[in-house]
Design a protein around this ligand. Sequence first.
Ligand SMILES: [Zn+2]
Ligand SMILES: [Zn+2]
Length: 184
Amino acid sequence: MKPIHVIPLSNGDPGHAAPGLDALENLASHLARLFRTPCRIRPEPFDIAFSADAGRGQFHSTAILQRLERACDPDARILGVTTCDLYVPVLTFVFGEAQLDGNCAVVSTARLQEELYGMPKRDDLLRERLIKEAVHELGHTFGLRHCSDWRCVMTSSHAVERLDIKSAEFCRACRKSVFDNGYW
Ligand SMILES: [Zn+2]
Ligand SMILES: [Zn+2]
């Protein structure tokens, strides 16, 4: 299995920092255990200012994936992590996006924070949501589509309530397809 490289994404604005190292380290160790492959964090943030849509105040996730694919090691699976809000043109926002059966995935913490929904800050919940979203998007890079098992991490979730209900694990069928499909 390819190693995973976690790439912090910043938008070039010093007031808008890339995700904190604590959260990234927690994520990287979880991914390494789950996928049983080395997972390292790139020290320098990757600038995604090019993908900004000034009108929407958001960043175009598909453009980020294309740029990550060109800029990063093709022998690694790439996961970009940003605090910037992401979108694709047909949707108001996305938690993340991935190349189906490809190399690159991107996730955003912007909509995973309780503060956004008028609730007190919860770092533990933010970490858990980030892990679920990252595992989900990486699952797409293994060719997995959305799963009908509501507990499976590959079930689709466009709201944090749905994210909180599902687990951070693959169901049996999804797990089998990640680990038995020749990626090893
Ligand atoms: Zn998905
Ligand atoms: Zn599943």
